[in-house]
Design a protein around this ligand. Structure first.
Ligand code: NAD
Length: 260
């Protein structure tokens, strides 16, 4: 379905980004991976994409908190695989605190990676897409791009901002075959969320299983985690020809998190 397309997936060394990279590769796209982690483990993941799905896969390092590196990532991806047809802005971090206790440097870091980097990569990738009259920009926002929760000021501001950036990107490119959509996951069991469950288990003196059940029970009515594989399938649809007129939207895949 995505044969001949090249997908750059930021933060694809782990969690949701890796699930999306694998789903795109399974559907024939060549992949540019990015993210932090152990070099040998990253190489094994990259080689796995090639051997499992018969596509080309490269890994490019870039620290997306740095705007020059975000732009450089797109340029290097274009050099490595010829073009970026599909840009998945997925890399993200979290910090939790009450606003009055929120360290300003944590605010800056969350906004830089979860929002500003998406602007910089989009800005760099659009000219090539416009020239080819085809592109897909998929922004991994969050249920927290649609609703609020306490203690996540920077994350929720960034994710609401990302849904806004998605709308503007869609409108400015609507006449061409270039779409921009946001995916808004509920709880997904990745390292980003395991850290939050661990913090909670420790703070409330409860086993991890109980802390997990409590986390899901509070906000996610299905009481099941969304999976990276499920999110990968939604991303593949948004990248497909069938989604040519699906643009400017924010899709919850959240076990009814945002239905309350
Ligand atoms: P994760 O921690 O498993 O993965 C995050 C990825 O981003 C990793 O590959 C990491 O190396 C990369 N990354 C972090 N900082 C980076 C930087 N400065 N430069 C480059 N790469 C960087 O987390 P995840 O849960 O898979 O999160 C992926 C995205 O999904 C994030 O944007 C997150 O906000 C969003 N999300 C997650 C959940 C969830 O429940 N896990 C829910 C909604 C939205």
């Amino acid at each position: 379905m995505l044969n001949g397309k090249t997908a750059l997936v930021t933060g694809s060394t782990s969690g949701i980004g890796l699930g999306i990279a694998r789903a795109m590769a399974k559907n024939g796209a060549d992949i540019v991976m990015n993210g932090f982690g152990d070099a040998d483990e990253i190489e094994a993941l990259r080689a796995g994409l090639e051997s499992d799905f018969g596509v080309r896969a490269v890994f490019l390092h870039a620290d997306l908190s740095n705007p020059d590196e975000a732009v450089g990532l797109v340029k290097k991806a274009e050099e490595a695989l010829g073009k970026v047809d599909i840009l998945v802005n997925n890399a993200g971090i979290q910090h939790t605190d009450r606003i009055e206790d929120f360290p300003p440097e944590k605010w800056d870091a969350v906004i830089a990676i979860n929002l500003s980097a998406c602007f910089h990569t989009t800005r760099a990738a659009l000219p090539g897409m416009q020239q080819r009259d085809w592109g897909r920009i998929i922004n991994i926002a969050s249920a927290h791009g649609l609703v609020g929760s306490p203690f996540k000021a920077a994350y929720i501001a960034a994710k609401h901002g990302l849904v806004g950036l998605t709308k503007v990107t869609a409108l400015e490119n609507a006449k061409q075959h270039i779409t921009a959509n946001a995916i808004c996951p509920g709880w997904v069991k990745t390292p980003l969320v395991v850290k939050q469950i661990e913090a909670r288990a420790e703070a409330e003196g409860m086993p991890m299983d109980d802390a997990t059940r409590k986390l899901l029970g509070e906000r996610q009515p299905t009481e099941r985690f969304v999976t990276p594989e499920q999110l990968g399938e939604l991303a593949v649809f948004l990248a497909s020809e069938a989604a040519d007129t699906t643009t400017g939207a924010a899709f919850p895949m959240d076990g009814a998190f945002t239905v309350w």
